[in-house]
Design a protein around this ligand. Structure first.
Ligand code: C2E
Ligand code: MG
Ligand code: MG
Length: 664
């Protein structure tokens, strides 16, 4: 007499065919609501037509499907590029609507305050307003009278059925009959709580808890990832001591100001300021006092300029300012006199003026350069001059420029010949695998052997790039490095990779992929043993093209590393589109990471980020045992630095390999 049976019966009477399977919700005799799948077919029974019906309880199966779907949708949502709150809110909504529960909240741990704060709320209907009103933004962790605090203290899921006498106290302030709390945990670190609320209570459901735990796990890595991104964004742009912009941010601001100056046809000055005899103060007064002084100085400088972003602290006692409120150069010197007077008068030590002064180097757009790099370089040359004179002297950059320009023409000329004269050589620096602390490969680094003296790449690679000589030279480098690697592998019968730097100009060359592919083929190197190092900037100048090329490089099996990672920032959002294998933490962060918490935080953030994206991490510039221990604790995959070995010529590198002893 059941409706389902009747419906099937009628259909079959007409068709005499089995009915396709259908799904229904029915109430079992014991009152439980279950999902069933019904199939029916006609049979003959004692010469009569009858129907044979099978009803299968598919409640569990449906639930599993629902839960799988839930986790899939969560993952899909997190794949999109959105900010933390929006990402988590979307997922909360997906969870509530799919599970048909009335409301949900996500709480995050605020370690400073020792409390949980409500990141986001979702509710299905008019309840939402009330819920929003009633939700405390902050819950202290000592209280055990609320669900999120209980989940925090036990670290376990909590099923709050308010109808149970045991929960009567908790139920008092709870607007819902059922509450479910799931801890959000990442690598054993408690991050927050996912809380769901519903008007009707039902019996504890372990498979639901399991599914929600899966969702919470995904949330946890997303939250970790996003907070690392945000921390890194701030840290990577500000100086930890004074809170001023750092060099990276300053150069970004300068790019922008240059653009403005150009469009308005205005001049613009870059001032580099360095406190006279600061090192003596540092030694006599000690680090802490001097740091306080730097903070005071930064406040004074901020008072003198219109935009805070246009003042930066680079390192030690070096500050810089972008200045455009001038007509004549005299206005700039007047400004500096004003700064020096205020610093001299305000900076006191135990009621004593210490008469601080800045030495200042100045370069001006457009006459001293029209690029960030050019202006910074020339201001720095001017500053060096000013420091030589000392006592708060001010030096404009002028004649230096032209002499450098002349010098450059000479170098260009010599470089063209260097190629033919075979003066360019590759040095090799060992890269150590942290798993077993042995040499896993080498980075090939270019040197110019000019009349017996070895010129480092910083002095000539940019000229190779400007003249596009880097394209044939780069091809030579790739080829030489691959041949050398292959030779070592054969001679010593060991696995080994070689890392080759690809310049942005080279990467922009339309034939770059073919060049790499050809060299792999002709040198017969195992592609997996070639690692190409490319800087973020090179990739970001045309992301779509870069992704295509990187994919092709990856397809033929070579490895890709992002070099100097952390110095160019804008690109983090694109990272996950990129088919790369390694992030190479820039040496500038490694240098001070043991002593400077700011740098340590950046390195840590990069490692977390890489982990989340499935990339490996290389740290370069390890010079001391302390740095080695520090980085090993953070968990890097490969390391490189003077501590293990400097870049060396082939013969020396061969010797080094033969010993290939354990480094530790
Ligand atoms: P890079 O690719 O980031 O290379 C790492 C640089 O850090 C190398 O300097 C290396 O000698 C140095 N280094 C490594 N460990 C330590 C350490 O523990 N302490 C210190 N102080 N330095 C360390 P190098 O050889 O002067 O190269 C500088 C840059 O020049 C390279 O940076 C790369 O951007 C460029 N370059 C070098 N060779 C080539 C090349 O063959 N092609 C291209 N396109 N660029 C190259
Ligand atoms: Mg490199
Ligand atoms: Mg590097």
């Amino acid at each position: 007499r059941h409706g389902i049976v009747r419906a099937h019966n009628q259909t079959m009477m007409v068709t005499s065919q089995p009915v396709p399977k259908t799904e229904h919700t029915v109430i079992r005799l014991d009152g439980k609501v279950i999902d069933v799948e019904v199939s029916a077919c006609p049979i003959t029974y004692e010469d009569k037509t009858a129907i044979y019906i099978i009803m299968r309880d598919i409640t569990e199966r449906k639930k599993t499907r629902l839960f799988l779907n839930l986790q899939y949708k969560t993952a899909e949502n997190f794949d999109q590029l959105i900010n933390l709150t929006d990402g988590i809110t979307n997922v909360l909504k997906i969870v509530c609507t799919n599970l048909k529960v009335d409301a949900g909240r996500v709480w995050l741990l605020d370690t400073n305050e020792n409390s949980l704060y409500c990141l986001t709320i979702w509710a299905s209907d008019e309840r939402s307003d009330r819920l929003f009103d009633k939700t405390k933004s902050q819950v202290t962790l000592q209280t055990d009278d609320c669900l999120p605090a209980i989940v925090w203290s036990t670290g376990e899921p909590f099923w709050l059925d308010t109808s149970l006498p045991a929960n009567s106290q908790l139920a008092e302030n709870y607007d819902f009959q059922l509450g479910i709390g799931i801890p959000i945990i990442n690598a054993q670190e408690f991050i927050g709580v996912l809380e769901l609320m519903h008007s009707n209570t039902f019996a504890i459901d372990h498979s639901l808890i399991e599914a929600l735990t899966g969702v919470a796990k995904q949330m946890s890595s997303y939250i970790k990832h996003k907070t690392a991104e945000a921390d890194m964004l701030y840290l990577s742009k500000h100086d930890a001591v004074t809170g001023l912009s750092n060099r990276i941010f300053f150069e970004e601001s300068l790019t922008f100001e240059l653009y403005r100056a150009r469009s308005k046809n205005k001049r613009l000055a870059v001032l580099l300021l360095d406190i006279d005899k600061f090192s003596i103060l540092n030694e006599t007064l000690g680090h802490d006092i001097c740091e306080q002084m730097l903070v005071q100085i930064s406040e004074l400088l901020l008072n003198q300029v219109a935009y805070a972003d246009n003042v930066a602290r680079f390192a030690g006692d070096q500050f810089s300012i972008i200045f455009d409120e001038f007509q004549r150069n005299q206005d700039i010197t007047d400004f500096i006199t004003q700064v020096n007077t205020s610093v001299a008068e305000s900076i006191m030590l135990e009621d004593q003026k210490i008469n601080l002064k800045f030495n200042v180097g100045i370069s001006i757009f457009p006459e001293d350069g029209d690029t960030v790099l050019g202006l910074m370089k020339n201001a720095s040359i001017a500053l060096n001059k000013a420091k030589q004179s000392g006592h708060g002297s001010v030096q404009f950059c002028t004649s230096d420029m032209s002499s450098r320009a002349k010098n450059r023409v000479n170098i260009e000329h010599d470089l063209v010949e260097a190629l033919d004269k075979e003066e360019l050589v590759l040095y090799y620096q060992p890269v150590v695998d942290t798993k077993n602390m042995t040499v896993a490969g080498f980075e090939a680094l270019l040197r110019w052997n000019k009349n017996g003296s070895l010129i480092p790449p910083y002095d000539f690679v940019s000229i190779l790039e400007d003249t596009h000589l880097i394209i044939p030279v780069g091809e030579w480098i790739l080829n030489t490095a691959c041949l050398q690697c292959k030779a070592w592998q054969q001679e010593l019968q060991i696995p080994l990779f070689v890392s080759v730097n690809i310049s942005p100009v080279q990467f922009a060359d339309p034939d770059i992929f073919e060049t790499i592919e050809n060299i792999i083929n002709t040198t017969n190197i195992d592609p997996a043993c070639l690692k190409v190092e490319i800087t973020e900037g090179a990739i970001m100048s045309d992301v779509q093209r870069s992704v295509k090329i990187l994919n092709k490089i990856k397809q033929i099996g070579a490895k890709i590393a992002i070099d100097d990672f952390g110095t160019g920032y804008s690109s983090l959002n694109y990272l996950r589109q990129l088919p790369i294998d390694y992030l190479k933490v820039d040496r500038s962060f490694v240098i001070n990471m043991v002593t400077n918490p700011n740098d340590a935080a950046i390195v840590r953030a990069i490692i977390v980020l890489a982990e989340n994206l499935g990339y490996k991490v290389i740290a370069e510039g390890i010079e001391t045992e302390e740095q080695l221990k520090f980085i090993n604790k953070l968990g890097c995959n490969e390391i490189q630095g003077y501590y293990f070995g400097r870049p060396m010529p082939v013969a020396e590198a061969t010797e080094f390999l033969k010993q290939n002893k354990k480094i530790l």
